[in-house]
Write a protein that binds this ligand. Sequence first.
Ligand code: FRU
Length: 497
Amino acid sequence: MTHASSPTTHHTELDRAQQANSSLADHVKDRWYPVFHIAAPAGWINDPNGLSHYNGRYQVFFQHHPYSTSWGPMHWGHVSSENLVTWQREPLALAPSLDEDSGGVYSGSAVTGPDGQLYAYYTGNRWKNPANRDEGNVQVQCLATSADGLTFTKQGTVIGTTGLENFRDPKVFQREGRWYMALGATGEDGRGQVHLYTSNDMMAWDFSCVLYEDPREDVFMLECPDLFELDGKWVLMFCPERPRPVGYRNRNTHNAGYQVGDWQPGGTFVPLTDYRQVDWGHNFYAPQTLEAPDGRRICWGWMGSFTLPVASQAEDGWAGQLTIPRHLSLGPDLNLVSTPLEELKNLRQKETDIGPRRLEANQRVSLLEGVDAFELEITLDLSASSAERIGIMVGNLAQNSYAYLGYDAQAGRVFLDRRLTVGDGGYRSAAVPVEGVLTLRIFADRGSIEVFINDGFNTISSLVFNETESRDVVLVAESGDALIDACKAWQLGSIWV
Ligand code: FRU
């Protein structure tokens, strides 16, 4: 392990970044800025990092470029919460300050050590030639510790260079008294792999095994791996770069997926399922989980994009948000079931209930007018509906500016169509279980929509930017009628305290 750098340098970097971020925050526009999603006050964010419960609070860190709305030298931003509903902004936690993290404090995780301190493991990225990134990078694994969960002391490198160009995103967990660290890598054979390291003291780490290699030849790297036990099985979640799109699958340049299998300490991961997508929307990447003190496995993903411009980047002063927190469990087919945390019901405010009703063919019914952030729960009796498409339009219909979300009876899928919204358009869809009743639980913020299909069987998460600030929600059935068993909406309050 190398020695800790001067804490003064780190604090100077943090102060500089904090000030720059505050100046940027003065110019942040509200129109799409999230009401109930974690986002930075200003600037760019990507992956959730260091998800933990420490000092009686949930700690959520995230990849952050505080200086601009584009990805840049990575810092760790920080928010915390007592109840997973309302959140407090915390000072920036980590900034580049060492030679080995001069090109960015990349993604990682945090766990409580036996000494009661919070151990944050992250990848230190260094550009071989800072003037010109063409020569590539060196990635090592670093540790920073904290006694209060707020201020960190960098302890330097705990796993030095392996010579692998891509070697990052340590996810640390404890099992039977030993510590394990899963890391994403491009193996010597050029394939996407997850490597496993192990330690007794959290400081000295030994290579254990290649936990998993992606069988697809076009996948060269597995970013942000997470390995956790769920309902008696093990889930290996990772972000493969870059499987080709096939049909409805892998449509984003960055997609997150998982396999469910068995794992024993010391062994490799034995998959019991095929590779599956975690989410079917345009913007869901780099998910990470934590185990809450009550045993729930809670997941956050990142909603943003590395490759396509995000509309808020240009003029609004911010880019990227985390998803709402989701509770994970396993379904009967060993599928990952993902539901909004129960606690989020505490954000509900004014309720609108339009009850059971039948929509005639091509009828449009106004559900909400001039709404900001809202949740909508709608149950459709598909076996008693003949409509080709049933759903909601969110935006301004008179100005032909809206997102369309619903069920397509011909495809047998739930879709989200963004062609009449601002920025990157496109269409995504997800399968529904083959049953007569479809329930959609929709969380719509000022700049995003997340849909949970039949209690989390599948989810669709996308950034959605409407042209007009005032948004309406209209129910619609096309070319046939629709039987709605229940339909309730709530305006949602802010998460910030
Ligand atoms: C995934 C990722 C990670 C890396 C981080 C850098 O989104 O590329 O692999 O640690 O972002 O910001």
